[in-house]
Design a protein around this ligand. Structure first.
Ligand SMILES: [Mn+2]
Length: 333
C-alpha cells in the first residue's frame, strides 16, 4: 500500500494514517464519558473533535521524525460506554443541581462510573498483553482510571506526570466517587503500584487538597504560581523541566488534562482557569521527559467539543505519541 504523508488526509483513521490494529504500536481508546463534569459540559465530544481535527495535522515532526510509521490505531468507542454516558446524564445533572445532596442518583452514577472503569481496564489490559503502547482520549478526567490501573499492574512503581489546572485530589466530589475532581485521589488510594504523582500547572484547589499535597510523600506539585515566579525571576524553563522529570521514576504515565494549558489553547474545556502552560513549554517538558524516562502510557482528557479545542488536542496527542515512542529507546535511562 502506498501512502504519501504529505498528501491531504483521505479520511482514513486517526491522522489519516493507513494503519491496521495488527501493525500499530500505539493503541488508543476513546472514552466519551462526561457524567461527572461539574461546570461546562461537552467533553464527551472531545474524542470526536480530536479525531476530526487530526486529519489536518502534518505528519512530519521536527522533534520526533517519522514516528507515524509505528502506527497509531484508534479503537471504535465502546458502545456500552456511550450508552452508560447517556444513561447517567439525567442523574448526574440532578446530583450537580442539588449540590451533592442526591445520594440515590449519585449511587446510580457511581455504579455506571465503576462499569466504565472496568471496561477501560479490560480494553487496556488487552492492549498491554499484546505488547501495545496504550493511550486514551477523554472524556472527563475520571475516564482514564481503568487505564492507569492496567498500566500500574504491568509496570509496578510507575510514576504519574499529571498536567492540570486542578489538583484532582478531592475525596469524592458532589457525591461522585469517581469524579473528575477525584481522579488522583482515587489513583493514590486504590492503585498502590503507583509510586509517585508529580503535578504540573496546578492553580485551582481546596484547602484539604493543599494539606494532602503537603503531607503525602508520594506527591510533588509544581504550582503554576511558583513556576511563573521562577520564570519571572529569570530561571530557565528547561531547568524547571529537569526538576519535574527528576521527581519521576524510570517509568512514567502521563495524565494530561488540557486545562493545564493556557485557556486560549482549550477554550471549550469543562473548567478553564487563567494561567497555565504555553504550547512550547509543553513541548519542552515532553521532550525532556522522553529523553530521560520511559513513557508507558498516557491519556489526554477534558477536551472541549469545538474545532479549535480539537485542533490543539490533536496536535498535542500527536506530540504525546511521538514522545512515548521516542522514550522507548532506553539507552542510558
Ligand atoms: Mn483534571
Amino acid at each position: 500500500m502506498s501512502f504519501d504523508p504529505d498528501a491531504p488526509a483521505d479520511g482514513a483513521g486517526l491522522f489519516g494514517l493507513p494503519c491496521t490494529p495488527e501493525s500499530s504500536r500505539i493503541h488508543v481508546q476513546a472514552v466519551p464519558w462526561q457524567a461527572t463534569t461539574s461546570y461546562r459540559r461537552g467533553t464527551r465530544a472531545g474524542p470526536a473533535a480530536l479525531a476530526e481535527a487530526s486529519l489536518q495535522v502534518d505528519l512530519l515532526d521536527l522533534e520526533y521524525g517519522d514516528f507515524w510509521k509505528a502506527g497509531i490505531w484508534l479503537h471504535p468507542a465502546d458502545p456500552r460506554i456511550v450508552a452508560w454516558d447517556e444513561a447517567a446524564e439525567a442523574d448526574a445533572l440532578a446530583v450537580i443541581a442539588s449540590g451533592g445532596n442526591a445520594p440515590e442518583a449519585a449511587g446510580r452514577v457511581n455504579r455506571l462510573s465503576a462499569a466504565v472503569n472496568e471496561a477501560v481496564y479490560d480494553s487496556a489490559a488487552q492492549m498491554l498483553r499484546e505488547g501495545r503502547l496504550p493511550a486514551l482520549i477523554g472524556g472527563d478526567h475520571s475516564s482514564p482510571f481503568g487505564l492507569i490501573r492496567a498500566v500500574a499492574e504491568r509496570h509496578p512503581g510507575v510514576g504519574i506526570l499529571h498536567i492540570d489546572a486542578h489538583a484532582d485530589l478531592r475525596v469524592a466530589y458532589e457525591g461522585f466517587e469517581h469524579s473528575h475532581a477525584s481522579i488522583m485521589d482515587n489513583v493514590l488510594r486504590h492503585i498502590p503500584a503507583v509510586s509517585s504523582l508529580v503535578q504540573v500547572g496546578i492553580r485551582d484547589f481546596g484547602s484539604a487538597e493543599l494539606a494532602r499535597i503537603r503531607s503525602d510523600e508520594r506527591i510533588t506539585t509544581f504550582f503554576d504560581l511558583e513556576m511563573g515566579r521562577r520564570l519571572a525571576g529569570g530561571e530557565s524553563w528547561l531547568r524547571i523541566c529537569e526538576q519535574i522529570v527528576h521527581a519521576l521514576p524510570a517509568e512514567v504515565y502521563v495524565s494530561f488534562d488540557v486545562d493545564g494549558l493556557q485557556p486560549s489553547l482549550c477554550p471549550g474545556t469543562g473548567t478553564p482557569v487563567p494561567g497555565g502552560l504555553d504550547w512550547n513549554q509543553v513541548l519542552a517538558l515532553l521532550a525532556t521527559l522522553a529523553g530521560e524516562r520511559r513513557i508507558v502510557g498516557f491519556d489526554l482528557n477534558e477536551i472541549g467539543p469545538d474545532e479549535w479545542d480539537g485542533n490543539v488536542a490533536a496536535r498535542l496527542f500527536y506530540k504525546l505519541c511521538g514522545a512515548m515512542l521516542e522514550s522507548q529507546d532506553t539507552d542510558q535511562k
